[in-house]
Design a protein around this ligand. Structure first.
Ligand code: HEC
Length: 171
């Protein structure tokens, strides 16, 4: 007869090993998990993200992060947001707010965006994602735009939190 304690220990160890071999499951709130979640590798908790959101200037502090995340799905096929994330069809967007347009390392921008000369802030981002072609003719971001102002605010707030522009409020 086997020693039940030893068996239990073995099962426990196996569970632990399996547990270690993959990242801890993210605790999703309301929405269904998104397939491309794996590109988000940073360790910021949902609670910290809400604190960051609250620290943003109006109207972004009142944005709906869940909606922003949902609407960012429109961008995700071309852009990663995590620090050090790869360039895809579009450049990685980490650190984009406060960054000069057309200057992310290792990405081949259009001449139009390289020459744009502005620094990305929420107002420029808002105009950009309303209609990039109208804002900057000759750029190569093939995106029709987000027509609802509230959706743009939510996406920009989401971007500020996810790309390092917002810092957690320490109390
Ligand atoms: C079909 C692919 C595609 C989609 C969808 C897309 N983008 Fe882009 N994006 C690009 C490309 C390509 C560029 C580079 C444009 C250029 O060089 O002219 C770009 C550039 C940008 C830039 C400027 C980056 C820099 O370093 O100056 C920002 C900001 C941006 N996109 C944000 C967004 C957001 C936010 C969304 C969603 C609302 C989005 N993009 C959707 C392809 C895309």
């Amino acid at each position: 007869m086997r020693n039940p304690t030893a068996l239990l220990a073995a099962v426990g160890l196996a569970a632990l090993l399996i547990g270690c071999s993959k990242p801890a499951p993210k605790t999703e709130t309301a929405e269904a998990p998104e397939a491309s979640e794996a590109t988000e590798v940073h360790e910021v908790s949902e609670e910290d993200k809400l604190k960051m959101l609250a620290s943003l200037p109006a109207p972004y502090n009142g944005a709906d992060m869940e909606n922003g995340k949902r609407k960012f799905a429109l961008c995700r096929s071309c852009h990663t947001v995590a620090e050090g994330g790869p360039n895809m069809t579009g450049p990685n967007l980490y650190g984009i707010i406060g960054h000069k347009a057309g200057s992310h390392e290792g990405y081949a921008y259009s001449d139009a965006l390289k020459a744009a000369g502005y620094v990305w802030d929420p107002a420029h981002l808002d105009t950009w994602i309303t209609d990039p072609k109208a804002m900057l003719p000759g750029n190569k971001m093939t995106f029709l735009g987000i027509k609802e102002a509230k959706d743009r605010t939510d996406v920009i707030a989401y971007l500020m939190v996810e790309t390092g522009a917002a810092k957690p409020a320490h109390d």
